[in-house]
Ligand binder design. Structure first.
Ligand SMILES: *Cc1c(COP(=O)(O)O)cnc(C)c1O
Length: 410
């Protein structure tokens, strides 16, 4: 190994797809050839400049990258401590970071000659991003969604159908995201020849966690260069919200070897990280186990049954966390904390009022943690958080939580 890589945090996963004790590929024998073929194709594509040229062209002209790095002067003044910057990934086409990754996987699928894309979705954001890029390329798209989520997320179901996708309600198990992931994997094995499985976060069997991270790393690469231009140095602390962990991994990865940069991932603490599991904090409140083809921290009961978890933010409801985060947690390179619904709601309102940005409830978790640490730090301390989604989709949830009757606005 070259000298400069011996102490690098950026070399993972190993050839078996492991990040320390985490990750790997725990899949049936029937899936193994598909996973190995995907790995071979991705390894080839990622060293092919024409692959990245196509990505960058679409990132620029279709997604709207680079997203701005924005200094939040009024928020900073209000908190009275550290200087706060936001990486504005909520300005991307489709309103969040998800499309960064979907574009990468679908460009790869096209190179592999696949014509049918399948995906799983919980809150529907990944399904919408996948349906969007499929429409753009004229690919057929099938989205598996728990029947319970189909009911809860009607606007996203309608969006996906408008975009030409078939949404399949999954009634097996409890009819939520975990069951949708199982059905998507089953579909893949059955339709090997023409189908590509597009996973929405840094989870699943190897090579997905590394591949999704590589596609989302554009967030951190841009942030690093933009911070150098704005301040002539790197930030002191970077913060991101975690569902499965893809927007966070995207911001964190390019900073892993800059060991002076403090890295904080914020999980959904729901009503509080207690025994009752009314939260989605897989690292803070879960235990290691195997789900979705990889070993990581999971929300599970004493018998190892996967629990659904709870958060005011539907996008943070993944019952696990990407294996690279589990590893970064274990080796101590990144810290992981949890923020409650109530704290996230307070952050939502502060962001609207001080910066004129209506944020998604997911990044409000990151902002809520920034609100806790910034006041104790000097102005010279620079915090950069990922504003990974916009809040149009969440205004009804917020109105309900604040006891506002939208029917009685006059
Ligand atoms: C899906 C989503 C998340 C959670 O997914 P990660 O893989 O953890 O990034 C967070 N924020 C927004 C806006 C999302 O749409």
């Amino acid at each position: 190994m070259p000298d400069d890589l011996i102490n690098s945090f950026m070399t993972g996963p190993d050839e078996r797809g492991r990040f320390g004790k985490f990750g790997g590929r725990f899949v049936s024998e029937t899936l193994m050839p598909l996973i190995l073929e995907l790995e071979r194709q991705y390894e080839h594509a990622k060293t092919d400049q024409s692959f990245w040229d196509e990505m960058h062209d679409l990132w620029t002209h279709y997604v709207g990258r680079p997203s701005p790095l924005y200094r939040c002067d009024r928020l900073t003044a209000h908190l009275g401590g550290a200087t706060v910057y936001m990486k504005r990934d909520e300005l991307n086409h489709t309103g969040a970071h998800k499309i960064n990754n979907v574009l990468g996987q679908i460009i790869l699928a096209r190179r592999m000659g696949k014509t049918r894309i399948i995906a799983e979705t919980g809150a529907g954001q990944h399904g919408v991003a996948t349906a969007t890029v499929c429409a753009k390329f004229g690919l057929s798209c099938v989205v598996y969604m728990g029947a319970h989520d189909v009911e809860r997320q009607a606007p996203n179901v309608f969006r996906m159908r408008l975009l030409g996708a078939e949404v399949v309600p999954v009634t097996s198990g409890r009819g939520t995201l975990k069951d949708a992931m199982n059905d998507a994997l089953r579909d893949w094995v059955t339709n090997v020849r023409d189908t590509f499985y597009c996973i929405g976060t840094v989870a699943g069997p190897h090579p997905y966690p590394a591949m999704v991270r590589d596609f989302q790393a554009i967030i951190g690469q841009e942030a690093k260069a933009q911070m150098q231009e704005a301040e002539g140095r790197l930030p002191d602390t970077i913060v991101a919200a975690i569902g499965g962990g893809s927007n966070a991994m995207g911001l964190f990865y390019p900073f892993l070897d800059d060991t002076d940069v403090r890295i904080i991932g914020v999980e959904a603490g729901g009503k509080g990280v207690t025994e009752e599991m009314a939260h989605c904090a897989s690292l803070t409140g879960g235990r290691p186990g195997v789900l979705h083809g990889n070993r990581t921290y999971l929300l599970q009961d004493d018998d190892g049954q996967i629990l659904e978890g709870y958060s005011i933010s539907a996008g943070l409801d993944y019952p696990g966390i990407g294996p690279e985060h589990a590893w970064l947690h274990d080796i101590g390179r990144a810290e992981y904390v949890a923020v409650t619904d109530a704290e996230a709601l307070e952050a939502f309102q502060l962001c609207c009022a001080t910066e004129g940005i209506i944020p998604a409830l997911e990044p409000c978790h990151a902002l809520a943690h920034v609100m806790k640490i910034a006041p104790e730090l000097p102005k010279e301390h620079i915090i950069c958080m990922n504003m990974c989604g916009r809040g149009d989709k969440d205004i009804f949830t917020v109105a309900k939580a604040l006891n506002v009757d939208m029917g009685a606005m006059a």
